[in-house]
Design a protein around this ligand. Structure first.
Ligand SMILES: Nc1ncnc2c1ncn2[C@@H]1O[C@H](COP(=O)(O)OP(=O)(O)OP(=O)(O)O)[C@@H](O)[C@H]1O
Ligand SMILES: [Mg+2]
Length: 361
């Protein structure tokens, strides 16, 4: 699905996260996807807050830097919005209406469809299918975003040297990449119920796929920002130094180990992750009739933390693995496999965005 679609064109996926900008470009070679280019650039503290860009002047140079390094073939980008300025909901309309008629009806009384009165919004919608209770009416997915949020995203992309062609919603980009992973995994049975848990810097998201469709999603404010803050206060480092040290397995300046980092800081954080994911899975089990999870994929920047997958498997006794969105893809010669594999679980959203190139319009 492409929300806030502007125009079909091959696009580069640009994921603007709290801690980094990630660029990914895919092409299709025969019946396989190929990674054409990718790059990642860390962002200064507070440049993205609550999923909103708060410092355009910090984010634009980071986009510029990934573009310069990756040299994508396309100048068009797919980006995503998320956070409190984005609302998605299912609405039911009479059947037989044209897209224009639906557009006019919503414009005439947006508050009644959105459920709250907010000004200066942009919206888009897509048909889901007949309503379950009233089969002669039709359900649509409505996505609403504050105009300013959209403008800032498209401006920052332009300042960074690309043109925004698709503005998606982060959760849908993640779902899109998850479906691709599942479709290409020969070990997964069509009837399996499977979860993806993405642990980012600020947010942890669970998505469950059952009967080949999304049957459950949930989001919690939990992520490695807590870990970064602990490292900042414990070792008197700047935010940037702390984030670099964490990504380097607890080494500062690439060689000096932070004292007691593993036992004092990382192990308790790993326990927090295990508790958080256990709770999210418990909630899923309590709210869904799709049954036990056959497999759980772990994504996001926190996925490669050493020992995390083992701890999760012990606590949750399931099939839990790190996701690799590139396992069925080819790599262009200029893409470093080592670097791509290291970052792979953190590139799910960028991947979901880059895949929009192949959506049917
Ligand atoms: N080896 C590692 N050990 C521990 N944490 C790590 C490791 N590698 C990366 N991280 C953490 O993962 C974080 C980045 O995760 P990710 O890229 O998913 O977040 P984000 O997209 O910037 O944030 P959000 O999605 O919440 O906006 C880094 O800030 C870092 O703290
Ligand atoms: Mg993210």
């Amino acid at each position: 699905m492409s929300i806030f679609r502007l125009k079909p064109d091959p696009v580069v996926g640009i994921d603007i996260g709290t801690t980094a900008v990630k660029l990914l470009e895919l092409s299709q070679v025969g019946d396989k996807f190929q990674v054409e280019s990718y790059a990642m650039e860390p962002l200064p503290e507070n440049s993205v807050e609550d999923k909103d860009i708060s410092q355009l002047e910090a984010v634009a140079p980071a986009i510029n830097s990934v573009v310069k390094r990756a040299k994508p073939r396309s100048q068009y980008a797919a980006v995503a919005v998320a956070g409190r300025n984005v609302i998605t909901k299912t609405i039911t309309m009479n059947s037989g209406l044209s897209d224009n008629e639906i557009q006019e009806q919503i414009e005439a009384d947006p508050a009644s469809y959105i459920g709250q009165d907010i000004e200066d919004i942009e919206f888009d919608f897509q048909m889901i299918g007949p309503n379950e209770k009233e089969p002669d009416r039709v359900d649509y997915l409505l996505a609403v975003c504050r105009s300013e949020t959209l403008e800032v995203r498209t401006n920052v992309i332009e300042l960074g040297g690309l043109k925004a062609k698709i503005v998606d919603i982060e959760k849908y980009a993640l779902e899109n990449a998850f479906k691709m992973v599942v479709e290409n995994d020969p070990d997964i049975d069509e009837t399996d119920t499977i979860a993806l848990v993405e642990i980012g810097a600020t947010t942890t998201t669970i998505i469950v796929l059952g009967d080949q469709k999304i049957v459950y999603t949930n989001e919690q404010l939990f992520g490695s920002k807590q870990l970064i803050e602990r490292v900042v206060s414990q070792y008197d480092l700047s935010y940037e130094e702390a984030d670099r040290a964490i990504r380097n397995g607890g080494l500062v300046s690439d060689e000096t180990p932070l004292s007691d980092y593993e036992t004092e800081i990382l192990d308790p954080f790993k326990e927090d992750i295990v508790d958080q994911i256990s709770l999210m899975i418990k909630n899923y089990n309590a709210h869904s009739s799709y049954g036990k999870l056959a497999h759980i994929f772990i994504a996001g920047g926190c996925a490669p933390i050493p020992g995390l997958i083992e701890n999760l498997n012990t606590k949750l006794s399931g099939h839990i693995t790190i996701v690799n969105p590139f396992s069925s893809m080819q790599l262009a010669p200029r893409v470093s496999e080592k670097a791509l594999m290291r970052d792979a679980p953190a590139l799910m959203i960028a991947c979901g965005l880059a895949l929009r190139t192949f959506d049917e319009y």
